[in-house]
Ligand binder design. Structure first.
Ligand code: PLP
Length: 388
């Protein structure tokens, strides 16, 4: 069996149609979209078509779509843009303890700039309580940022409910939808958000391109100063092939998303149910139902996550022990700790994230290999012996 890739939450392969759509913009239609001659205007038209495709996918207007260099830039821009435009009206930001580092670190940075940030706790399933948001809002609050679904544990947050609270309080609401866009249906009006982040490489688009949706009328300071690109909100010559690729990925997602979500959910449930039934001391992290269709995050006590991951890799299976960004660090995942897991349990976690090219045979193979790996590691584990 070839390599089995089960880390779609870290990144997805670009769809072949995406690559095909991008290619002409590296060579034949390479013009600068700000130029008035033919090949510049060709590039501009392609950008505007891509903008419409993304807008349709999330139910936005074209002029509310701002292309960025990825999800991280979109997250940074959302918080800093609102903070720097607040002009002394307020200095308080609310987010959650389980956000991606792109939000957490931006929050910590803004604290050094005189802003106050509340990091809300989550329950044992990783869910933010909307009442906690309500209680945390003060007359100094300028923005609430709660991710749509968590990249490690897959829990989907009650964003629409939170938006009713932020609307009432006249506070902006941002959501990091990097893991949900193109994977589950939603619209910006249905969620009631003012700002929303997207990353191309999580929905079979290219890396290095993303979107910040900015609802019309939202007061934002530009994050990049320079030219007038992107309605003056984001200077720099456009990444034309990247943007075209993201537009194509959005189109494909719209056609395939719902059927794909159903298929992947079935495989995910098979994986979760079989691991829980066949491996002792295994538990599911995140919510059993209100989770991303493709996410299975499991703690398997008395077996170290990194060792399982490396042994799976030797069998040709790619998965992760946490988010891709933190897997290089020895610190236990901040998300798993926020759920109430102790550091040992957090260190024994694996994240499988399924995708477009995951087959049932691949899942069956993982289910055959994993118990063997766990048994071997446990045979060497002093922790299990002392537990017995
Ligand atoms: N937000 C979430 C939830 C993510 O999972 C990621 C990527 O892992 C990002 C933001 C960052 O996106 P990008 O890699 O495009 O900067």
């Amino acid at each position: 069996m070839d390599r089995i890739y089960l880390d779609y939450a870290a990144t997805t392969p670009a769809h072949p149609e995406v690559v095909k759509a991008m290619l002409p913009y590296f060579s034949h239609s390479f013009g600068n979209p700000s130029s008035i001659y033919g090949c510049g205007q060709e590039a501009k038209e392609a950008i505007e078509a891509a903008r419409s495709s993304v807008a349709v996918l999330i139910g936005a207007r074209d002029e509310e779509i701002v292309f960025t260099s990825g999800g991280t830039e979109a997250d940074n821009t959302a918080l800093k843009g609102v903070a720097y435009a607040s002009g002394g009206k307020g200095d308080h930001i609310i987010t959650s303890a389980i956000e991606h580092h792109a939000i957490l670190e931006t929050g910590h940075f803004l604290e050094t700039q005189g802003f106050r940030v509340t990091f809300l706790p989550v329950d044992r399933y990783g869910m933010v309580d909307p009442d906690d948001v309500r209680r945390a809002i003060t007359d100094k609050t300028i923005i609430v940022s709660i991710m749509h679904a968590n990249n490690e544990i897959g829990t989907i947050q009650p964003i629409a409910e939170i938006s009713r609270i932020t609307r009432e309080a006249d506070v902006y609401l941002h959501t990091d939808a990097v893991q949900t866009t193109g994977h589950i249906p939603f619209s910006v009006d249905g969620l009631g958000v003012d700002l929303l982040s997207i990353s191309g490489h999580k929905l079979h688009g290219p890396k290095g391109v993303g979107v910040l949706y900015i609802r019309k009328g939202t007061k934002m300071a530009p994050f990049m100063h320079g030219g007038e690109q992107e309605f003056g909100r984001r200077a720099s010559t456009h990444n034309v092939p990247g943007i075209v690729g993201l537009g194509k990925a959005a189109q494909i997602a719209l056609q395939e998303r719902d059927e794909e979500a159903e298929r992947v959910t079935r495989l995910r449930d098979k994986l979760i149910d079989s691991v829980l039934a066949n491996i002792d001391h295994a538990r599911l992290n995140g919510h059993r139902r209100i989770r991303l269709p493709n996410n299975a995050n499991l703690s398997i006590s008395y077996a170290e996550g990194e060792s399982m991951c490396l042994k799976l890799d030797r069998e040709g299976i790619c998965c992760s022990t946490g988010s891709a960004c933190s897997s290089a660090s020895a610190e236990p995942s901040h998300v798993l700790l926020a759920l109430g897991l102790d550091p040992l349990q957090a260190h024994s976690s694996l994240r499988f994230s399924l995708g477009k090219w995951t087959t049932e045979a691949e899942i069956d193979h993982v289910l055959e290999v994993l118990p063997r790996i766990v048994a071997k590691l446990r045979a060497m584990s002093p922790l299990l012996k002392s537990h017995r």
